[in-house]
Write a protein that binds this ligand. Structure first.
Ligand code: URA
Length: 492
């Protein structure tokens, strides 16, 4: 019997190297006892056990391409039998080349069940990680976040790159009983050591609950489906989940009350819209003395009715003395919830293009022409609506204050709304696209398209071409940024 003790728990490379040696020595699966160091602790080798066979010739064998991604997933499964099952399959594949296509085969079926379970766990982790802001005691300017998650399998290293791409501009740690991942803007570190839950809370917990309360429609409640989507085992780490029992219990009464109200009254937000439309705009009292004060005033903005339906004001962010200001249109669904600009799909397109051309987002001030999310409800979905000229005009108040305090040397107008806000409705995007316009004492304006325009292009070739043009535009901003080296960057 060969006893193989692996260090890692979901380390594919380690299993693969051991499996290669065993296979090269022709060791049959029933003669291998696979363990991890943790399982083997305190369990001394039995006298008759051998370790890895010594291999004199270089192993020559191949596996079907489809085996590798399956094996990489299975190795992260928490079942201690995973190593043995994989090796049995690998061994059989040497003779039965088409084995993977035989779904009725017991080994193959088990493998697919394990893959499915690991992939479901990956998906749940991407959906149910809830970051909480923690104090930045490192002296750096980046915001720091912590999340606690309890996966079924050893998936932290598989899923960590997703969070690295998605939350690249903040420092974060995701701790789990099956390992930890940490990102500091430069290095992604993953360890398999089990962590403990420090039970952090922050203001975002209340926001999650508000969001959940708002999207919950008692008339469409399907408890079984809800529990499949959001299984109970995740509830204890989801701030919004504590509302679920109460919401389910009151759903029936809420539906009756809703029906009665609908017959008598206009929807609640109509009343808010009406009163907002009737209330004259009052400029906030007192001149703001800093960008932080402008931000604070904007949080209570009621200059136009858009605040009635939005979750919160999404103000700009970035260094208060940035050389470059990036201006978009308005926050989208995800920005509205997160309270930060360009963190959703359009933000991802922008981030990727910026990274490609070497434009450092952390040294730019990123904002929008309009600070509240304008949308139309379609079922449960909030569909983006373009802000009208009046709304853009009302919100210019804030953009102008941001310009006055940040004093960017270059403003990048992404899309027609940003252009209209920056140039007071003068100039057409198609005429000015790609141009660096000198605006005298207020710096320059570089005009480009909005990243969500790129996402909407149905034709892949055209999309690629437009993406290329977008990058070329941003490359001008990147060059401008490089030419500013030496300017100290203030924190937000
Ligand atoms: N689109 C924008 O214009 N701004 C955002 O912040 C997000 C999407």
């Amino acid at each position: 019997m060969h006893r193989i003790v692996l260090e890692g728990r979901g380390n594919f490379a380690e299993w693969r190297d051991a499996a290669r040696s065993l296979l090269a020595a022709g060791v049959a699966p029933e003669n291998v006892d696979w363990r991890t160091r943790m399982d083997a602790a305190g369990d001394l080798f039995r006298q008759q056990d051998e370790g890895l066979p010594t291999c004199t010739s270089s192993p020559s064998f191949t596996v079907p391409k489809a085996f590798l991604p399956l094996a990489e997933a299975v190795i992260c499964h928490s079942d201690p039998a995973r190593f043995a099952r994989l090796y049995r399959l690998l061994y059989r594949l040497q003779e039965e080349r088409s084995l993977l296509a035989v779904r009725a085969d017991k080994d193959v079926a088990e493998l697919h069940d394990m893959v499915k379970s690991v992939r479901r766990d990956d998906h749940k982790m991407t959906a149910f990680v809830r970051f909480k802001e923690i104090p930045n005691d490192t002296g750096g300017s980046r915001r720091r976040f912590f999340a606690w998650f309890e996966p079924d399998h050893y998936i932290v290293s598989r899923v960590a790159p997703f969070f690295q791409r998605r939350f690249t501009d903040m420092d974060w740690v995701i701790a789990t009983p099956k390992g930890t991942a940490a990102w500091n803007g430069e290095v992604l570190e993953v360890s398999t050591a089990p962590a403990e839950n420090p039970h952090h809370t922050d203001q975002a917990d209340a926001l999650w609950r508000t969001y959940f309360r708002n999207i919950f429609n008692p008339a469409r409640l399907k408890v079984k489906m809800m529990q499949t989507e959001m299984p109970k085992k995740y509830w204890k780490n989801l701030p919004e989940a504590e509302l679920i029992p109460e919401m389910i219990a009151s759903a029936e009464a809420d539906v009756i009350a809703m029906a009665e109200r609908a017959a008598r009254e206009a929807p609640l937000f109509h009343t808010r819209l009406k009163s907002a439309a009737e209330t004259p705009i009052v400029a906030p009292s007192g001149e703001p003395a800093s960008l932080a004060e402008v931000r604070e005033q904007a949080m209570h903005c009621t200059r136009c009715p858009l605040h009635c339906k939005a979750t919160q004001t999404v103000f700009g962010e970035g260094p208060s003395n940035a050389d470059i200001m990036i201006v978009g249109e308005q926050p989208g669904d995800q920005e509205d919830l997160a309270g930060r600009p360009f963190v959703g799909p359009a933000g991802k397109v922008f981030d990727q293009a910026a990274e490609y051309v070497g434009l450092d987002r952390t040294r730019t001030y990123v904002t929008n022409a309009v600070k509240h999310f304008k949308y139309e409800l379609r079922g449960k979905r909030r569909i983006h609506q373009k802000p009208n000229l009046g709304e853009v005009q009302h919100c210019r108040w804030w953009l102008k204050l941001e310009m006055n305090f940040v004093k960017p040397k270059l403003a990048v107008a992404m899309g027609a709304t940003a252009l209209s806000a920056l140039m007071d409705n003068r100039g057409k995007l198609s005429d000015l696209r790609g141009r660096m316009l000198d605006m005298g004492s207020t710096g320059a304006i570089l005009v480009t398209v909005h990243p969500s325009y790129l996402l909407r292009i149905p034709d892949r070739v055209k999309q690629q071409e437009e993406m290329e043009r977008f990058r070329e535009d941003l490359a001008q901003a990147a060059l401008f940024q490089r030419q500013q080296v030496g300017s100290p960057v203030a924190s937000e």
